[in-house]
Ligand binder design. Sequence first.
Ligand SMILES: *Cc1c(COP(=O)(O)O)cnc(C)c1O
Length: 409
Amino acid sequence: MAHSSNLEGERPNFVTHLECSMTGERYEAGQLHGLSRAGRPLLVRYDLDGVARALSRADVGQRPTDLWRWRELLPVKHAENIVSLGEVETPLVPIPLSGGPNVLVKDEGRLPTGSFKARGLVMAVAMAKELGVTRIAMPTNGNAGAALAAYATRAAIETVVLCPDDTPEVNIREIAAQGARVYRVNGLIDECGAIVGRGAAEGLWFDFSTLKEPYRIEGKKTMGLELAAQLGWKLPQAIFYPTGGGTGLIGMWKAFDELEQLGWIGPERPKMYAVQASGCAPIVKAFDDGVEHAERWENAHTVAMGIRVPKAVGDFLILRAVRESGGAALAVDEDEIIRATADSAAQDGLLLCPEGGATLAAYRRALAVGMVDAGDEVVLFNCATGLKYPLDDRSKILDKDNLPNLSEL
Ligand SMILES: *Cc1c(COP(=O)(O)O)cnc(C)c1O
């Protein structure tokens, strides 16, 4: 029977274990984990044969479209541990003029706290609650901290959030407003992360850095599941993803494998394009150099704060997915990011965040050099609402007591 909410009713759980993404070493489910013993991210594994027996594509199609329609492919055991703020399915919005006739934007800015960080954090916080965590700390460029603060506060978990001191002001204030203790740090996100790691080692809190706990990937994975369902179980030919820590790209790649094992999609995969800014492009450099790990990027700078990540612990997972897919890692310049963001708003009425603008800029480059074709169906990820970022003032002054001829407006 269909329930009116995906958070009601029985929740069969199909998690079998966790696994080191590097060595394959096995870890028990139902216990608190950070990185693997090899210092790498852990991946959650499911009994997918069991899921296939319990659930069909048609069953999923009957459910309300929010993130929890995928519960059999998610790690949370008890629904009471989920603090939902309304994790809606995000729309695919065409941008025919600034992008092209076959370009869709998955607009993640519609999610709670205005970014797709909500997908990862609603899951990670539910699992933290399920596993008894009472105090969490996190380094953030803004959006992850906001989502953590919102969900953790609702789950009655204390949070300490460290941001680089040039994080957009609205993010810093939002994080504090939603109940976290927020600190501005005179360093980049990985330097904030080192402080969080130190406190975690002293037993002061649980470390919620990107990929240092296993469940954010599972939340972000729902982007790939959703995309498949929205496109009639046929994936697009290319995906452009603004890549910082890479959680979403790694998560979607995992989602596609799980869907194939369920028999819900075939072996075809989109070409995955990891998009970075020229001012912070460690993954692009590693891709171009043909190596498996990226070096720290020095003097990182870009307006696209969400992808200003000089060092990613899951670098090899990003690079592996991009290479297996036949895609590429692409860097775009600041002026291209700014122009693409402005074009989408002015021509198609869709206000992207700069990270989303970077994916449009990368698509334009890929098109220009023939990596993709104008006829290919392409999905760009806009990962946050453009309203969280400073906007240019293009207004003029009108004096109500001294009006010009109104036909001049
Ligand atoms: C965090 C973030 C990204 C990068 O996401 P990852 O999955 O960590 O690579 C991109 N854009 C925005 C707006 C973000 O907040």
